[in-house]
Design a protein around this ligand. Structure first.
Ligand code: 8NA
Ligand code: MG
Ligand code: MG
Length: 342
């Protein structure tokens, strides 16, 4: 079996960057009008925004660390990974990090810290974080390992450096699997979802997952993936329904499924989005229009869509508006080399 084309690796890295940079303007707004998102991307198309001027946030800062660590170590190395996260935070603390995770970075910066997973385990009175910070940065893992067992194993370990709650790391595994499968080629929505449901059923049935979920609802990932399946059979699913049923929040279970839904829904045209936009552009626009944690939902949806459609579907003007856009080609190329070597 030949490895996926380079344009898919480039696409995943560029799609993730676009989602973060374009979504950033709308982060935290509960009501985002589709027209305002379309207005924002039009401004990029008409070059009303200077090259490289849309700043990336914590989402991309951490994704870059994951990519750099994998490329330099040529494998997953949790100590190097943790060090990069903490050093990156120290150098640029104002990228919009979650309130809790900052405490993890400070502990990791202590030279006496000799278990890189310990600070994460101490978060939130020992429950660990369920935030989406483990999932938002995970795409490079899916781009570095062809074997799905490796994707799951390293997605979990990577997330556990900051997110010890199974609700947090299970979201990272789901997002990594979503990118992995989008990377492989043509997909059929139902099969794709059935596969993800099967994987999450196994994960959510383990003892820790069952116990962590007890504070919220049973099987937070599987139940949303199943709802999504029903949504995809209907043409009239409103934004309100999506937000109510799948979520648009900072918790991983309220944002990873929403990103996957955005990608699958936008495989088909949307009467409210101008026809000139392709599936990848639609995915970015739609995912931001859901409001809430827009940069993070769009960066995850963008990584999946980018892996699926490839870089050729990313408009040059959007890409060039993002800070450090040139690096996505470098990361894509090096990660594909790594993928081919494993
Ligand atoms: P995190 O681990 O600090 O989690 C994010 C937040 O989720 C925490 O600050 C808490 O409010 C809440 N949380 C997580 N776990 C628990 C728990 N067990 N008990 C109670 N509350 C909990 O950081 P992260 O890396 O997961 O966060 C990623 C998000 O932060 C992304 O959206 C990213 O863009 C950034 N961010 C988001 C917003 C926003 O308003 N949506 C604003 C600034 C930054
Ligand atoms: Mg952010
Ligand atoms: Mg965010």
């Amino acid at each position: 079996l030949s490895p996926p084309a380079l344009c898919r690796f480039h696409g995943a890295m560029a799609g993730a960057l676009l989602g973060d940079c374009i979504g950033g303007e709308f982060e935290g707004k509960e009501l985002v009008r589709l027209q305002d998102v379309i207005g924002a991307v039009r401004a990029l198309e008409e070059h009303r925004q200077e090259e490289g001027s849309l700043m990336y946030s914590d989402d991309t800062a951490m994704t870059r660390c994951v990519a750099q660590s994998l490329i330099i170590k040529q494998d997953f190395d949790e100590i190097d990974m943790a060090k990069r996260f903490a050093e990156e935070y120290k150098e640029q603390p104002d990228r919009g990090y979650g309130n809790g995770v900052i405490r993890v970075f400070k502990k990791l910066l202590n030279p006496n810290c000799n278990d890189v997973f310990k600070p994460a385990r101490e978060q939130f009175k020992g429950k660990g974080s369920y935030g989406n910070g483990g999932a938002m940065r995970i795409a490079p893992i899916a781009l570095a390992y062809p074997d799905v067992q490796d994707v799951k194993k390293f997605a979990k370990k990577n997330a556990e450096v900051t997110h010890a709650s199974s609700l947090g790391y299970n979201g990272a595994i789901l997002q990594a699997l979503a990118v992995h499968h989008a990377l492989q080629g043509e997909l059929q929505k139902d099969n794709y979802l059935d596969y993800l449901i099967g994987e999450m059923q196994l994960l959510e049935n383990d003892e820790k997952s069952l116990s962590d979920a007890r504070d919220f609802q049973e099987f937070p990932y599987c139940s949303r993936l199943k709802k999504m399946k029903a949504f995809l059979t209907r043409r009239d699913v409103s934004k309100e329904e999506v937000v109510n049923e799948l979520g648009n929040g900072i918790a991983a279970f309220e944002s990873v499924p929403t990103a996957i839904y955005s990608f699958l829904r936008c495989m088909d045209p949307d009467p409210e989005i101008p026809e000139n936009y392709n599936g990848l552009e639609r995915t970015i626009i739609y995912s931001i229009s859901l409001g809430g944690d827009t940069d993070t939902i769009a960066t995850m949806a963008g990584a999946i869509a980018g892996a699926y459609y490839g870089k050729d579907n990313i408009p040059h003007s959007w890409w060039k508006s993002c800070e450090a856009y040139k690096d996505t080609d470098y990361f894509g190329e090096k990660l594909r080399d790594l993928y081919c070597s494993h």
